[in-house]
Design a protein around this ligand. Structure first.
Ligand SMILES: [Zn+2]
Length: 288
């Protein structure tokens, strides 16, 4: 990892994020031949959330750098209880896997604590999942997500370098997972044993429970398999959106979505249940 990249982590991350999303969105446009006006309107609406996320991310990244430097200088956190904690295999490899597990915990928490779900549901109300859906995140969730990251740094003792590595890989995987493309069945099955593919993340964006509460993984799919939240659903059976907000006009404009967590209907939706051994079934909306 070059020194320049480490010293300019915040701007490098933003640049990678913008480049990968734009490239994938362009490929989606070319290959899927969707009407330009519809796809552009959808992307423009989602992209407005970048404006709210940027200042929060900039402030929080400064705090993250300071916190990571402090835990490293003071040998604070679970990392320093491990044997060979100085080995790159432990410092980068083990910590990467641990941070991925903690992101699974974070995502599952966002679905199961009603006060957090109110903010996370904004991401789930998108009825067209493509690369631009990646940035559809309520500023309240951006703040909560960074709050969790601070706790994870204090808990694990993650260094700044592993956080940059983790963030870079996670960003690329998350954008890939939101792609409008699906992998063919064979490669999807093989890759899906280890990684969250678009096919698996699309299940998470299915409009109704229990599928909305499945496939929480960010990079690895092993956590969903281990903790009973893994599910498959074919493209034909998958309907994007959220059953509680299909008819909500607030999903069509940015102000409406900013206010959405505070509306009465945000109290509905996800409930604390897993989805082990879920049998794929055709949703009512697709059969009518
Ligand atoms: Zn979710």
């Amino acid at each position: 990892m070059s020194e320049f990249f480490v010293q300019n982590a915040g701007s490098s991350q933003t640049l990678i994020f913008a480049l990968v999303i734009s490239a994938l969105w362009g490929v989606e446009k070319l290959v899927l031949a969707e009407p330009m006006a519809d796809k552009s309107r959808h992307a423009a609406l989602n992209s407005l959330f970048i404006l709210s996320a940027l200042p929060i991310e900039l402030v929080c990244s400064v705090a993250c750098v300071a916190l990571a430097a402090w835990v490293t200088a003071h040998h604070w956190g679970l990392l320093y209880l491990l044997p060979f904690y100085d080995s790159p295999w432990v410092k980068y490899g083990v910590m990467f896997v641990v941070l991925d597990l903690l992101d699974y915990v974070y995502h599952r928490t966002m679905h199961h604590i009603p006060g957090f779900w109110r903010f996370h549901l904004v991401h789930h109300t998108d009825t067209i999942v493509d690369a631009s859906t990646t940035v559809r995140e309520h500023p309240g969730e951006t703040t909560i997500r960074n709050g969790f990251l601070f706790v994870w740094i204090l808990l694990t003792g993650a260094s700044f370098e592993v956080l940059v590595l983790r963030q870079t890989v996670q960003t690329i995987c998350t954008i890939f997972a939101h792609s409008a493309f699906r992998l063919p069945a064979g490669p999807a099955r093989v890759l899906g044993w280890v990684l969250i593919t678009p096919n698996l993340h699309h299940v998470h964006h299915h409009f109704e429970l229990p599928y909305t509460n499945c496939n929480y993984g960010d990079v690895f799919s092993i956590w969903d398999r281990l903790f009973g939240t893994f599910a498959n659903l074919s493209a034909e059976e998958t309907v994007f959106g959220l059953d509680t907000h299909f008819d909500d006009p607030a999903t069509q404009n940015c102000i409406g979505m900013i206010a959405m967590p505070f509306a009465a209907r945000a109290a509905g939706g996800a409930v604390p249940e897993g989805c082990a051994a879920v049998e794929p079934r055709l949703p009512a909306a697709a059969t009518s």
